[in-house]
Each structure stands twice: as C-alpha cells, then as structure tokens.
Design a protein around this ligand. Structure first.
Ligand code: FAD
Length: 450
C-alpha cells in the first residue's frame, strides 16, 4: 500500500518531489531544537494549491496522515511527524513560493505559504511598505508556518501577531476542498473569521497554501537602547516611562546576566558592565538617540548604550540568544515560551531559578517583555528529567494566572499540559472544531493534544 501511494503521489507532484532517501529526508524529521524526531513514508513537495489538494485527497483515501512543514524553525515539535511514521508523510511547503506582487492601494501582498518572512519583508520594502511581524528566524520561517503558529515576534507590541496581519487565506481542507478568502478588505464581518481560526491551528485543521497579508507604512527611523535594570519590575518601569513620554514603542526585549554572558562568550562585545542583573533592549520609532536618552535618564536607568536604528550590534545581543543557547547546552534545550502577568514576573523568575538549580539545570531567560512574554530555556537538563522540570515550570506559570504558550504554540512538546491552559469546555469546543474539519484525524495527529 505505501509503495502504491508513493507512486500515486509521484504522479501528482513529480517523482523528484517525493523524497524517500534517508539522508535527504533526515533534515525534515527532526525539529530545530533536536528534541523532537519522527518518521515518515516520504517528504512530498507540491508546487501549487491544486497539487496540494490532490496530495491531501490521495493520502486521505489511503488513510495516511499529513504533517505540514514550512521552514522547520518551530520550537515545540509541531512540524515533525509522529514517531510511528509508517502512516504519515511530511507535506513540505518549500515549493509554494509564488509572490503575487504588492497591491499598494490596498497595502496588501498575496504570497505562497512557503515564502519566507525575509522575502515578504524585502517585497514590502521594495514597494515602500513594511510587514508588521519580525522574528530572528526570518530567513527560514515561512508564511504558512507563521500563520499556523500565530507567530508573535519582536514587533508584537506595535502591530500584533500573524492573526492581525491576515486579510485572506488559501488552504486545503482534509476533504481536499480548497478554502479561499482573498479580498483585501480591512472590515468584512460576514460570519466566522476562518482565516483567524487557521492562525494558531498548528497544521491540525488545514494545509495553508497561501495568504493575503496586510502591510504597514514603514516606520520613521528611531533609536535603540540597551539599558541595565535591577529587576524585571525595574525593566518594565523603564518601558512604561518611555511609552508615557509619548514615544512609539517598536520593541522591548528582556535579557539577563546569564544570557548576556553567553552571547559574549559566543563572540559578541559586551554593551553593559558584567554583572548587570537584567537588561532591556528598547527600540522606539520617530525619536532620536538624544530624546530617548533624556527619557531614560529621567526614569533613573542604570547604565545604557544607545544607537540610531537599525542598531545591528545592539540587536545582535538579543537575537543571538537562541542560537548561542542551542550551541552551549550539553543536552537538547528545554524551551518553554510563557506569558507571565506583569506583577508576578520577578517572583516567577526566582521560581524558575530555584527549580532549575534543584534539577541541576542552567536557566537562561529572555523575551518580549512589553507583551509579558518570557522564553525560559533550560540547558544541561539530565536526560529523563526534562518532563518533570517542564511540568514544574508550567504548573508555576498556570498558578500565577499566566499562559503555558505565549507564541510558539503547543505542538507535541506541550500537548500533555493542554488542560493547564484551557478549561474542559474550551478543550471540548476545540475538539468539536477539529472533528468537523478533520473527522478522520489525518492532519498532524498528536499535535495540540486534540
Ligand atoms: C532563532 C529563532 C527565533 C525565533 N523567534 C520567534 C519569535 O520571536 N516569535 C515566534 O512566534 N516564534 C519564533 N520562533 C519560532 C518559529 O520561527 C516560529 O514558530 C515560526 O512561525 C515557524 O515557522 P516555520 O515555517 O519554520 O514552521 P514549521 O516549524 O515548519 O512548522 C510550525 C508549525 O506550523 C505548521 N505548519 C507549517 N507550515 C504549514 C502550512 N503550510 N499549513 C499548515 N500548517 C503548517 C506545522 O505543522 C507546525 O505545527 C523562533 C525560532 C528560532 C529558531
């Protein structure tokens, strides 16, 4: 049966796009963190929506599951197939790369799901516009993956996440039908928000093949500061002072002494004195370095280094965290992406440090502070203790009224803890939506725990 299906799929997409060579397929079967691996009959790469729909129909007829994958930069194991891959394929969006051109009057661009964020940004810039979402994984992360995870990123504080950028969507349902909402209208309240439903669906409701994205006017150039702080509350107070001064906050990123030491050891120059407990990177649009410095001075900032945008050297301090952490840990990093209520931030940071120390692990925290979003990275976690440590941290954040997933999604990594983030009625409603759109459970089984 598998051989027959693979021959069928080769008829649809061409034999060169049904990959089975273990050496080539390996890169699609393990996620970016190295913690999650699966197996699959093949990696299938359709060229367009029609081929994608045919692949879905043929897999459904054969009872074979589909794991949609974009740039494979997701951090919760949602883009790799389950371990019992005898009955799954990876459906890669690598070839869904059409660019429709910018509609300047509507401030919109239509793109294929496999187009990377960096390509969207370049396309928008060439038309004198910008895209509201930005992530450090921009060169590999795709539009389809970013919608499926409802990615947030560094400019969330100003523009919101992927759901907020969606004007329209094109997606293949489990039935093989093509859902297409494709009008660049800002206001269009005719029934349920189906593009919004697919944002955050993590490949479990449909295979996204394209999106109509909203673009924004480019920001006026501005200033970036990396500022020392004694506590997370102090860092938050600095952000508050900058916002109350009427400045347009473009990004506000928290870092800790441990993270700054790490990127320093991995080759970056120190911006602040060693031992600075916390640092916050603040980017404002439409104000200069002098204006930002004056506000920070009035707000009693400790040490600060400032530069005009784009301030690549200062941004590198924050953006190199993820890669340096991955390189520095002796075991696959346990990555937990959480929202913590503002008033509980310092207590939560102390709790994580205690829990990590008790388990012999090394914690490095950073995150999008203006959104209450902390990325907890636990390095050197002994094999076999990852689950127990994850459980303790997720229970601590739930007890404080936070969220167990801020922007990376649930994937396979957090599926067992779904009930910590959603009530029984909420989970039952999500299950009902899943059953309605994918009655045979063929789309990304195991992801989201539904
Ligand atoms: C250095 C680094 C920095 C990062 N920074 C951020 C950040 O600031 N904010 C943030 O939110 N994330 C961040 N991430 C995580 C990651 O980049 C995002 O989750 C991104 O949205 C994943 O896109 P992708 O194309 O790589 O998706 P993949 O990893 O391939 O897949 C992710 C999920 O989307 C599903 N999916 C993929 N394509 C489709 C499709 N066409 N149709 C349906 N489902 C699909 C998959 O099944 C999976 O569940 C970062 C990752 C790295 C490595």
């Amino acid at each position: 049966m598998p051989r027959r299906l693979l021959a069928d799929l080769a008829d649809v997409v061409g034999a060169g796009h049904v990959l089975t060579d273990p050496a080539i397929v390996a890169g699609y079967l393990t996620d970016w963190t190295g913690r999650w691996s699966g197996a699959a009959l093949a990696v299938v790469r359709p060229a367009d929506t029609a081929e994608t729909a045919e692949v879905v129909r043929r897999c459904a007829a054969a009872g074979v599951a589909i794991c949609p994958q974009g740039g494979n930069t997701g951090l919760v194991g949602g883009g790799v197939p389950p371990a019992d891959g005898a009955t799954a394929i990876v459906l890669s969006s690598t070839r869904l790369t059409r660019l429709d051109g910018v509609d300047a009057s509507a401030r919109a661009v239509g793109v294929g799901a496999g187009v990377t964020l960096a390509q969207v940004q370049r396309t928008a810039a060439a038309a004198g516009l910008a895209f509201g979402v930005d992530l450090a994984s921009r060169d590999s992360a795709t539009v389809g993956g970013m919608i499926a995870t409802n990615a947030g990123g560094i400019h969330f504080v100003r523009y919101g996440g992927m759901r907020a950028q969606l004007l329209g969507i094109e997606a293949v349902l489990a039935s093989g039908e093509v859902l297409r909402r494709w009008r660049p209208l800002r206001k269009d309240n005719v029934g349920y928000d189906l593009p919004g439903l697919l944002a955050g669906s993590e490949g479990t409701l449909a295979v996204i093949t394209g999106a109509l994205l909203s673009l924004v006017p480019p920001s006026r150039s501005g200033a970036v500061a990396v500022v020392g702080a004694d506590s997370v509350a102090h860092a938050s107070a600095l952000i508050d002072a900058v916002e109350r001064a009427g400045m347009t906050m473009q990004a506000a990123e928290l870092m800790t002494a441990a993270g700054l030491d790490l990127v320093h050891r991995h080759g970056l120059r120190r911006a602040l004195p060693a031992g600075t407990r916390f640092a916050v990177l603040i980017e404002v649009a439409g104000a200069d370095v002098g204006e930002l410095a004056a506000v920070l001075d009035r707000a009693a900032a400790a040490a600060a280094v400032l530069d005009d945008t784009p301030a690549a050297e200062l941004w590198a301090l924050r953006e190199r965290h993820t890669e340096s952490i991955a390189r520095d840990s002796s075991t696959p990093v346990v990555k937990l992406d959480l929202t913590v209520p503002a008033a509980a931030m310092d207590a939560f940071v102390a709790t994580v440090q205690e829990l990590a120390a008790a388990a012999g692990a090394r914690p490095i925290l950073f995150g999008h502070l203006a959104d209450g979003n902390l990325h907890v990275n636990l390095l050197d976690v002994e094999p076999g203790r990852a689950e127990e440590l994850t459980d303790r941290v997720l229970r601590a954040v739930a007890a404080l009224g936070g969220s167990i997933s801020a922007e990376h999604g649930v994937g396979r990594a957090k599926a067992p803890w779904l009930s910590l983030g959603r009530s029984p009625v909420d989970v039952a409603t999500m299950r009902a939506v899943k059953r309605a759109l994918d009655p045979d459970g063929l789309l990304n089984p195991g992801v989201l725990g539904l």
